[in-house]
Design a protein around this ligand. Structure first.
Ligand code: MOS
Length: 754
């Protein structure tokens, strides 16, 4: 029977960290496989026999309908096996309802189901051919005529006045919250700011494009598909194709990044399954980089109005955060952008509100720190603007307004080390050298400035299960359908199991990314390590208890008669007090065919008693060229209070990876919409500028020692997303400090500071 309580006091074996494995900077256990090309990603996997190639044909209008489609030339092109359109596609479930249910990722996602075109680049045909080249060639031979909808809307600023009020926002949060009397408090505030920031659409752009191979055996479907959450992909595919859940298997052992965009299933997954059904052979499809701009996730463009009122000494009395963001007529996604300001600072009078603006664009969806990242721009640039108005140090302003409990829920924080992060960071970064007046520090042709901003991300715990098997030779195999999207899941979960079982890490093998394994939360919401790790902890505890019972009842064991609760697994031995026997000896005698433990938990309590988040302080130094306005990041430091660290090496990689992505949000990334047809104009990595090596100079992330007693039995806080939060604001604040120019239009490109 599986142990069920994630928070049971009996389950905290790493409290003492007896093996010293948790907290070690273990190299990635999957690293050698990846650098030698032996880790096969979805499209590369060669175990599928007789495979064929799919190529997606996308709509070339933004909204309207197909009036005629001629596939004859494509069908008769060499090596083409089929052309699938809405006219001959296999039956699928209807499109999910517009308003998201409990999960927007666990729902039907049909394609090629109607002549309607909802957005530029929406699939209108799938070519299946013997070779990739043949499929791509034939894609150019499909002739489609459209009737355009003249009412199509593509621009947020033009249509902001038609905004509507959503019932809720992403992650199950409320659209609007309020407390006290903002209007009264703001009107009478001694010092105030009222500013509006504009953030562009951004695209997730993982290294590995979205790719799927589909194989049917009778009415059973296997998809090799890079996904962040295997179980959601399985359920979403099953719903779309109207199959029993158990008929769908998702294999996703290696994933080349996701940043949220591989949480949902996308067109290539569904189309590969449809195509394979039509040609009765396996089909593989990879989206091209330009196709990914229409058919994966993007962070929606938004406008944010921030009003802050304070007393003369800098005590906040009023906070108002209004957000307008892009959504679509066929799918509601409202990024939880005002969630950040709900948690950061205390003020008795406040409101935080969201609006949706329906545009005929691809649906917006989650992208690393959805909500917290854009929301931190308005709140944290706003704090900087208020500090200028108050003539106060921006760090002191934040420390002054540090809340004693969660400003929104009024629950106590389970842990919050934000002030320590600022103090430690200020010391290390040399904050005292920051120019007090903008535009006063020169280094050759560069104007130099410093900026700070706060980072925050909620600490989630989601239902997960795991099984851990111990073989008689003392090797352990961990099984869960968790994924590793480049984050280090294989490595940190190896450490959790090794620590709990008292084994060296090379005795532990972790198997992930297969829906036949026990169901986990997967990778998303920064909840992966905590959720899957807690299930593994429970499974190991169950193994320990089984072994304890075996030895205690066995006359031949030196541990015969030992108290079951006192038996521990340590250093490859089974121990109780002074008595000890090797684990291998115990297993070969008492469980020669091996032994398995199962662990399962139901995630966080429905009514939490604590507000649990990871907090951090971002420091940035920029140089702005005196003539050209070119902005260079000279240094960045992130300081985080992040509970126990499972592995400082993978933790640091996650954090600096997030910070680097934050440079993109601050300075380079912007998906530009063509107002004529709603296409994203700059749809490749030559024109959509993610930060590259030359953009990143000195960048460091450190984690303070922090005890997190409540969030999960591992005492950890997820680090996948918090690194990106606050970076764009810290950079904007540094640009202001360097130049005296306050840019409220992101990304901050050189033209905006001149
Ligand atoms: Mo994250 S945007 O929930 O993968």
């Amino acid at each position: 029977m599986a142990t069920r309580s994630p928070l049971s006091p009996a389950i905290n074996p790493i409290e003492e960290n007896r093996q010293g494995i948790i907290g070690k900077p273990l190299d990635r256990v999957d690293g050698p496989l990846k650098v030698t090309g032996r880790a096969k990603y979805s499209y590369e996997y060669r175990g599928v026999k007789d495979t064929t190639y799919g190529f997606i044909v996308g709509a070339t209008i933004g909204k309207g309908r197909i009036s005629a489609i001629d596939t004859s030339r494509a069908e008769s092109a060499p090596r083409v096996l089929a052309v699938v359109t809405y006219q001959n596609a296999p039956k699928q479930a209807p499109l999910h309802p517009r308003e998201p249910g409990p999960s927007r990722f666990d729902r039907s996602e049909p394609f090629l189901f109607s002549p309607e075109v909802r957005y530029f680049g929406e699939p209108v045909a799938l070519i299946v051919a013997e070779t990739f080249e043949a499929a791509r060639h034939a894609a150019g031979l499909v002739s489609v005529r459209y009737v355009k909808d003249p009412q199509a809307k593509f621009d947020l600023m033009t249509h902001q006045s038609q905004a509507y009020k959503p019932k809720g926002v992403n992650a199950g949060m409320k659209a609007d919250t309020s407390e006290g009397d903002f209007d009264g408090a703001f009107a009478s505030a001694a010092v105030k700011i009222d500013v509006t920031y504009h953030l562009p659409h951004e695209h997730n752009m993982p290294m590995e494009p979205h790719a799927t191979q589909a194989v049917w055996e009778g009415d059973h479907l296997t998809l090799y598909s890079g996904q962040q959450v295997a179980a959601w992909a399985q359920s979403s595919v099953a719903k779309t194709l109207q199959l029993p859940l158990e008929n769908v298997r998702i294999l996703t052992p290696y994933v080349g990044g996701g940043f949220g965009s591989k949480v949902p299933i996308h067109a290539q997954a569904v189309l590969a399954a449809l195509g394979a059904k039509v040609v009765r052979r396996p089909v593989k499809i990879a989206q091209t980089r330009p196709q990914m701009f229409a058919n994966t996730n993007h962070r929606p463009e938004c406008l944010q109005r921030m009003r802050l009122g304070a007393t003369k000494d800098g005590t906040l009395t009023a906070i108002a955060h209004d957000v307008w963001s892009q959504t679509t007529p066929f799918d509601e996604f409202i990024e939880q952008t005002a969630a950040f300001s709900r948690v950061m600072y205390a003020a008795p009078n406040r409101f935080h509100r969201h609006w949706g603006v329906m545009l005929d664009l691809p649906t917006s969806d989650i992208m690393r720190a959805p909500g917290e990242e854009p929301g931190s721009v308005a709140q944290e640039c706003g704090m900087d603007e208020l500090a200028v108005a108050l003539d106060m140090d921006p760090i002191e302003l934040r420390i002054k307004n540090e809340p004693t409990d969660d400003p929104e829920t009024h629950l106590p924080f389970s842990s919050r080390s934000l002030v320590e992060c600022y103090r430690e960071g200020a010391q290390r970064f040399g904050w005292s050298k920051r120019p007090k007046r903008p535009g006063t520090l020169r280094d050759g042709r560069w104007l130099v400035g410093y900026g700070v901003a706060s980072a925050m991300f909620p600490t989630y715990l989601r239902p997960s299960a795991a099984a851990v098997r111990l073989n008689a030779d003392g090797a352990a195999i961990v099984k869960t359908d968790m994924t590793d999207i480049g984050t280090g899941s294989y490595t940190v979960l190896t450490q959790v199991a090794a620590e709990s079982l008292g084994l060296p890490t090379d005795k532990v093998t972790v198997e992930l990314g297969d829906t036949r394994l026990p169901k986990s939360a997967g990778s998303g919401g920064s909840f992966g390590a905590a959720s899957a790790g807690s299930a593994i902890l429970l499974a190991c505890e169950q193994l320990r208890s089984q072994i304890a019972q075996l030895v205690s009842k066995d006359r031949r064991s030196p541990l015969a008669g030992a108290n079951v609760g006192e038996v521990a697994l340590r250093g490859g031995n089974v121990v109780a007090g002074e008595k000890s026997e090797s684990l291998q000896a115990v297993l070969s005698r008492l469980a020669p065919s091996g032994i398995e433990g199962k662990g399962e938990h139901q995630g966080a309590e429905k009514q939490p008693k604590y507000s649990s988040h990871v907090f951090g302080a971002q420091f940035a130094e920029v140089g702005v060229d005196i003539d050209t306005g070119e902005i260079r990041v000279r240094r960045m430091l992130g300081v985080f209070g992040s509970g126990r660290i499972l592995n400082p090496k993978t933790a640091r990689s996650q954090l600096i990876g997030g910070m680097i992505m934050g440079i993109g949000a601050g300075l380079t990334e912007e998906s530009v919409v063509d107002p004529r047809d709603g296409s994203f104009v700059n749809r490749d990595l030559a024109e959509y500028h993610v930060p590259v090596h030359a953009d990143v100079t000195q960048i460091e992330a450190i984690c303070l020692e922090e005890k997190e007693p409540y969030a999960n039995p591992l005492g950890i806080k997820g680090l996948g997303e918090v690194g990106i939060v606050g970076v764009a604001a810290a950079l904007a604040n540094a640009v202001y400090n360097a130049t005296g120019v306050r840019v409220r239009e992101f990304p901050i490109t050189l033209d905006k500071v001149l």
